[in-house]
Write a protein that binds this ligand. Structure first.
Ligand SMILES: NC(=O)C1=CN([C@@H]2O[C@H](COP(=O)(O)OP(=O)(O)OC[C@H]3O[C@@H](n4cnc5c(N)ncnc54)[C@H](O)[C@@H]3O)[C@@H](O)[C@H]2O)C=CC1
Ligand SMILES: O=C(CO)COP(=O)(O)O
Length: 355
């Protein structure tokens, strides 16, 4: 029986460390705030000089977090080399579409043994690479980790109680990150299943779009529970076939993140689904959002990959038909509800249980 490796957090560690956060959007800002409040110096990299200057002068990142004041030793910069050179640990919150390009362009800035953690919940278009795989390819001499879990940035900046999962192969990396990030409102669990934690974070965005769409159509609470549960079955079937630990999907990075994004309009992916459900064009919905919704791109890649490896993903297929093939929402719902494939048993029991 696979084990769930979500280890309990150690006590928060010593403050006063130097950390770099790459990416000046919502999540980079939220994690900068946690780190600074934990007493660390944060070298906060973003590409926009105006934004860096505003944070320097006022402590506010109004474009992404208009009502949030950032306190503590935060050093905004547009020089990535400088941020990385000054830090022991680097957190990367850059959308998946730009992730490799940014790391590759600055790969020489990273030092041997430096801890580099991806916060990004997406998949690279060519080759179905996850962000930690990109880090291993581009900066192999660094120690790599990923962060997953139900972590809405807008709640973290309000100090709402939150748990997260850090995954890394190296136990020292897991412990260091737990100590660095953990505090009274941010509880950090550890997991060894890097691939599962990271893939779960990317996959749940698809089901958040579906849940938003269902909400816009007023499909009801039973439908919401059905979609979340069957979404979990579908995403774990896919991930396990690619090597993830099934128990990861029972944890914060799996079902935890799925629940929060499928039930909250604070999720950008949920909001995209809601807008489409209300009849908006995708491009208009994206423009109105003004932030990244990774699920839009992940959907295409997962649909192609699932077909290539023969994994049955009816919800992915249905959303793809709606978003990219112009199918009507009601026709897709009807076809999913009336499908006979795989509805005779809810799941296949392991041999040891069914015998
Ligand atoms: N916001 C949230 O609640 C959470 C977000 N994440 C993940 O974090 C990643 C980043 O998301 P957010 O910060 O929320 O997105 P966002 O849309 O709020 O901000 C994206 C940031 O990336 C920057 N950026 C885009 N292209 C860039 C490039 N080529 N070079 C440098 N910077 C670039 C933008 O200027 C912006 O500052 C995503 O993969 C998301 O799924 C993960 C957990 C929670
Ligand atoms: O990953 C997230 C919460 O854990 C954020 O989700 P959205 O990108 O949909 O806002």
């Amino acid at each position: 029986m696979p084990q769930n490796n979500e280890a309990q957090p150690p006590a928060p560690g010593a403050s006063g460390q130097h950390v770099a956060v790459l990416g000046g959007g919502s999540f980079g800002t939220a994690m900068t705030k946690v780190l600074a409040e934990n007493g660390h110096t944060v070298h906060f990299w973003m590409r926009d000089e105006h934004q860096a200057d505003e944070i320097r002068q006022t402590g506010c990142n109004t474009r992404y977090m208009p009502d949030v004041k950032l306190n503590g030793d935060i050093r905004p910069t547009t020089k990535l080399e400088e941020a990385v050179a000054n830090a022991g640990t680097v957190l990367v919150a850059i959308p998946s579409k730009a992730f490799r390009a940014v790391i590759r362009e600055h790969s020489q800035a990273f030092r041997d043994g430096q801890i580099v953690v991806s916060l990004t919940k997406g998949i690279e278009e060519h080759g179905f690479k996850l962000m930690s795989e990109i880090l291993v390819e581009e900066i192999p001499r660094c120690r790599i980790g990923v962060l997953g879990g139900p972590n809405l940035a807008s709640e973290i900046v309000s100090r709402d109680l939150t748990a997260t999962t850090i995954a890394a192969k190296d136990p020292d990396v897991r412990r260091e990150l737990q100590e660095l990030l953990g505090c009274e409102y941010f509880r950090v669990y550890a997991n060894v299943d890097v691939y599962g934690v990271e893939l779960a974070g990317a996959l749940k965005n698809i089901y958040a779009i579906i849940a938003g769409l269902a909400s816009a159509r007023d499909l009801g609470e039973n439908a919401k529970a059905m979609l979340i549960t069957r979404g979990l079955a579908e995403m774990s079937r896919f991930a396990v076939s690619l090597g993830a630990n099934p128990m990861t999907f029972m944890g914060l990075a799996g079902v935890g993140d799925l629940i929060v994004t499928c039930t909250s309009s604070k999720s950008r992916n949920f909001r995209i689904g809601y807008a489409i459900g209300k009849g908006k064009e995708l491009d208009d919905a994206v423009a109105e959002l003004g932030q990244v919704a990774e699920g839009i791109y992940t959907l295409k890649l997962v649909k192609e990959k699932s077909e290539a490896i023969g994994i049955y993903m009816p919800l992915v297929r249905g959303l793809y038909e709606i978003m990219y093939e112009g199918a009507s929402i009601s026709a897709v719902i009807n076809s999913l509800m009336m499908s006979v494939q795989n509805s005779d048993v809810e799941f296949i029991l392991p041999r040891t249980i069914s015998q």
